[in-house]
Design a protein around this ligand. Structure first.
Ligand code: G6P
Length: 496
């Protein structure tokens, strides 16, 4: 649909994220190809931007020569569509900037710190210089495009300093929101962050800071009060007063485009995909199917999941040759050792389980790193009896919501780690696990596979209602209703 969402700004909306929604490249010299990157964030925002016709500024990973850009470096997307387009502006970064800002401070410092994975933190003085430098480039791009009506919306941990830089450059101020899509850790963890104070101060350049769950808001506010003596935290109203400006902190649990996923999962093309896929992998109608879909990231708990499955096939022989687990893994940030090692670890674990239990007719784990089109992915979700989402730590996790949205006949079961932000919302209806408690994890998967239909049905029915009601458009509407309320001066503010 290309109808504007009531209450959501139109052309005055400026969205900034590190990751772009479309990548243009000419890798083999055969002409320009366009693809969409992995990760729920860009897909969700793309749907919003199509409705509002705003501008999205992102790192132009890909070929500058291949990107069809005008003189200002802008391109209209989505490519090949005439309805619901918006403007995409790329910032082309040097290799040195990418190494130190993206692979450095963002993904070797902030990512592990925010996921409380302190042993994966790998600091280097150059990281910080380039993190600042790239945040300045994003801030400059805002200044070039913004006018007093603009609403500037930053996304995620790559851009933690940009809002403060924007406010420094625009003396009359501009309304800034920052949605932080990953966890915010406790102060006891965050205090390990080099330049953590500067990051906190950067975030206070925003009028509104959003996290996915209230726990992260509390952690953020505690960090502010511990690290910035000049900041006053108003706990009752969840806001921070700092250098004459006010930052409101709120939880906005993100959702998925549930209707759209449901529609695509129902499509005949989904059935065709599943028939081919199951034939290829010897999955017949009596085989129970489990699914997991993850970026190959050390926060996702994939080895722990495989370990639990190995214990299941070991102790419950009835699941041998009658339960197949499909793991879709997407390569991610492979230039970082912790990631390339993790990919290897996952591959080795899959191989060893398949060697141990596999037979001529049955492969326990089907592992693929192939790119799957949406329709194929939703088909996999639809026909899987159980989804296993077992992160060690995860800001929200949209895979579990996508799985729910793709279910037909209220039939699947969701096994979900209590360390995913989504668990805070969905815990009543899922099978909860602690990814480290292998025995209980194994037993829970066993129970999920054996669950009678009368029990599966009300759980999935409740999950589907929740995911359909709290979808991506609800998320957007709630955020902008808060923005409207904050921009409307309250009688108390006028009095001061
Ligand atoms: C997570 C982050 C996103 C990021 C995505 C994919 O979901 O919160 O900001 O875009 O992972 O990672 P990548 O490094 O490829 O952008």
């Amino acid at each position: 649909s290309t109808r504007p969402t009531p209450g959501v700004p139109g052309e005055e909306l400026l969205v900034l994220s590190n990751r772009q929604p479309y990548r243009h490249s000419d890798d083999d010299g055969d002409g320009i190809t366009v693809d969409a990157p992995a990760g729920g964030l860009t897909a969700g925002l793309d749907a919003v931007m199509r409705q509002v016709n705003g501008t999205w500024i992102a790192w132009g990973d890909g070929d500058a020569d291949a990107a069809v850009v005008d003189d200002d470096g802008r391109v209209t997307v989505p490519p090949g569509e005439s309805d619901g387009q918006y403007t995409l502006e790329r910032l082309w970064l040097t290799d040195e900037q990418v190494d130190n800002y993206y692979y450095g401070f963002s993904n070797r410092v902030l990512w592990p710190i925010c996921h409380s994975a302190l042993t994966n933190v790998d600091g280097n003085a150059r990281f910080w210089d380039h993190y600042q430098g790239v945040n300045e480039r994003f801030a400059d791009a805002v200044v070039d495009s913004a006018d007093p009506r603009s609403v500037v919306w930053f996304h995620d941990y790559h851009l933690g300093l940009a809002a403060e830089m924007v406010q420094d450059r625009i003396p009359e101020g501009v309304f800034c929101i920052h949605t932080w899509h990953i966890p915010w850790p406790s102060w006891d963890v965050f205090r390990a962050c080099p330049h953590g104070r500067e990051v906190l101060r950067g975030m206070l350049g925003n009028d509104l800071v959003g996290f996915h769950v209230p726990r992260y808001c509390d952690n953020f506010l505690r960090c502010v009060s511990a690290a910035l003596p000049g900041a006053h935290v108003d706990w009752e109203n969840r806001r921070v007063v700092h250098e004459q400006s006010v930052t409101t902190v709120r939880a906005f649990p993100m959702g998925v485009p549930a209707d759209d996923i449901n529609r695509q999962a129902k499509h005949p093309g989904a059935e065709t995909f599943w028939r081919d896929f199951s034939d290829t992998h010897g999955i017949d109608d009596d085989t129970k199917v489990g699914v997991g879909v993850d970026r190959l990231d050390y926060t996702k708990g994939i080895p722990q999941r495989i370990e639990a499955l190995e214990r299941l096939w070991e102790s419950s022989s009835q699941w041998r040759e009658s339960f197949t687990y499909v793991q879709v893994g997407t390569e991610s940030r492979s230039q970082i050792d912790a990631y390339s090692q993790y990919q290897q670890r996952v591959e080795d674990a899959v191989e060893s389980v398949n060697e141990r239990f596999g037979t001529d007719d049955w492969q326990p784990i089907v592992y693929t790193t192939d790119y799957l089109a949406d329709e194929a992915l939703y088909a996999l979700y639809r026909f899987a009896d159980v989804a296993i989402v077992s992160p060690i730590r995860d800001g929200m996790n949209l895979v579990c919501q996508e799985y729910v949205a793709a279910q037909q006949d209220d039939d699947g079961v969701l096994v979900l780690s209590d360390q995913a932000g989504a668990h805070d919302e969905l815990h009543e209806w899922v099978m909860s696990i602690n990814p480290h408690d292998t025995t209980a994890f194994k037993e829970t998967v066993d129970e999920a596979l054996a669950m009678p239909r009368e029990e599966r049905r009300p759980r999935m029915d409740a999950l589907r209602r929740h995911v359909a009601t709290n979808d991506i458009s609800t998320w957007i509407r709630t955020i902008f209703a808060t923005v409207d309320a904050l921009r409307e001066p309250t009688p108390k503010d006028q009095h001061h």
